[in-house]
Design a protein around this ligand. Structure first.
Ligand code: PLP
Length: 426
């Protein structure tokens, strides 16, 4: 399959019928970004139901890490599915779960022993971390950051602050959660929080995305995370890194924390871990993992098929995809930076590895963020066969499968360039 190939302007006739049916029966809460209706996916290419071929630079929100339906991952899923689909890892044992937990404990930054709790999603990994943090420290408060996205269930939503609309009408949320600005200026706000509102000795954990994802692909200055780690250690607060989006090679290291030598007390992962099978994990240092039998569990979490997919995914990632993310990601950033000098509407190109954001602003003196233009560029790219995704206020993210090559980067950047020109002409 060679993409892009646009046979009929999307959404084509078949896609339109499916979208119509979908809209009649699915919850209106879903926030579909454009009418892509998928038939098949192979590697970097997604085919829609009308035979259009798209180059995928969003990987189903940074999930299809090894590309769509990687043969080794599919084989692992098929083999496990033939053996058994479910037995419940909270109550019984199976090898793929034990082997995966061992692997995750070894992969997580830091040499100390770890224990792993498996979930079905990112939000559940955060819920598990929140519960364990309170349980282990016997402290009630938690801190997160403006712009943070940690999920949408009640506990994780209480930590999320990337858009007020995510929280609107769902209050009261979990009490004891405080938000401060992300980045160096937030450290001063933290000191003030400790002085005026809550004693640091009452804070169980600080939740942080090493690179903010939904908040706009924000990379903090290099000294930020080490400073946050120091502050946590000084006060006995657990540092919980949410690497649900940035983990598993995406940033050119297995985990983004490694760029700054930070070793979180708890690491939350999901998305890219199993190439698209639903799986998440909460990896905690042994000393913290004090919760006793029955204090937490999940019927489906750590499902054997998902575990098999994760083991195959990790193997593929370890066989060169981290390096590829670093190298091809660097090339993509370079190419996008070149576009920045040609288009005044590009305010910033930022990111690490294959986690790159392009922020749009009006070319006025104030550089007002331009969400409308961003959305038009995303829609035009879709119509031309390139899949991108929005994040933050006016950013488009490039988070392709980690198998992407230079030629595909060049094709994507050419479509992106043409789309910006087309939208600017309108
Ligand atoms: N944390 C981060 C950093 C995320 O990017 C996401 C999802 O986008 C989540 C948590 C929630 O994950 P899930 O949608 O699997 O519940």
């Amino acid at each position: 399959m060679k993409a892009p190939y646009i046979k009929v302007k999307p959404p084509g006739p078949v896609a339109k019928t499916i979208v119509e049916k979908d809209q009649s029966y699915t919850a209106p809460a879903y926030g579909r970004v454009y009418p892509l209706v998928v038939q098949e996916g192979r590697g970097m290419v997604v085919e829609d139901v009308d035979g259009n071929l798209f180059l995928d630079f969003m990987a189903g929100i940074a999930v299809a890490s090894t590309g769509h339906s990687h043969p080794k991952v599919v084989k692992a899923i098929q083999e496990q599915a033939r053996k058994f689909l479910h037995i419940c890892g909270s109550d019984f044992y199976y090898e793929p779960m034990a082997v995966l937990c061992e692997k995750l404990a070894q992969l997580a930054p830091g040499s100390r022993q770890k224990k792993v709790f498996l979930t079905n999603s990112g939000t559940e990994a955060i819920e598990a971390a929140f519960k364990l943090a309170r349980y282990a420290t016997k402290r009630k408060h938690a801190i997160a950051f403006h712009g943070a996205f940690h999920g949408r269930t009640m506990g994780s939503l209480s930590l999320t602050a990337s858009r007020a609309s995510h929280r609107a009408q769902f209050s009261p949320l979990v009490p004891g959660v405080h938000h401060v600005p992300y980045g160096i200026e937030g450290l001063g706000a933290l000191e003030k929080l400790f002085r005026y509102e809550v004693m640091p000795e009452e804070v169980a954990a600080i939740f942080v995305e090493p690179i903010q994802g939904e908040g706009g692909y924000i990379v903090p200055p290099p000294e930020y995370l080490p400073m946050l780690q120091d502050l946590c250690r000084r006060h006995g607060i657990l540092l919980i890194a949410d690497e649900i989006q940035s983990g598993f090679g995406r940033t050119g290291k297995m985990f983004a924390c490694e760029h700054w030598g930070v070793e979180p007390d708890i690491l939350c992962v999901a998305k890219g871990i199993a190439s698209g099978m639903p799986l998440g994990a909460m990896i905690a240092r042994d000393e913290i993992s004090t919760w006793t039998r029955g204090t937490h569990g999940s019927t489906f979490g750590g499902n054997p098929v998902a575990c098999a997919a994760a083991l195959a995914t990790i193997q593929v990632i370890e066989d060169g995809l981290v390096e590829n993310a670093e190298q091809v990601g660097g090339y993509l950033r370079e190419k996008l930076a070149e576009l920045q000098s040609a288009h005044s509407v590009i305010k910033e190109v930022r990111g690490l590895g294959l986690m790159i954001g392009v922020e749009f602003a009006k070319p006025d003196a104030k550089r007002t963020l331009d969400q409308k233009l961003r959305d038009q560029v995303m829609q035009t790219c879709f119509e031309q066969g390139l899949l991108l995704l929005n994040c933050g206020e006016s950013t488009l993210r490039f988070c392709p499968p980690l198998i992407v090559n230079r030629e595909q980067v060049e094709a994507a950047v050419a479509i992106f360039d043409a789309a910006i020109k087309a939208v600017e002409r309108q």
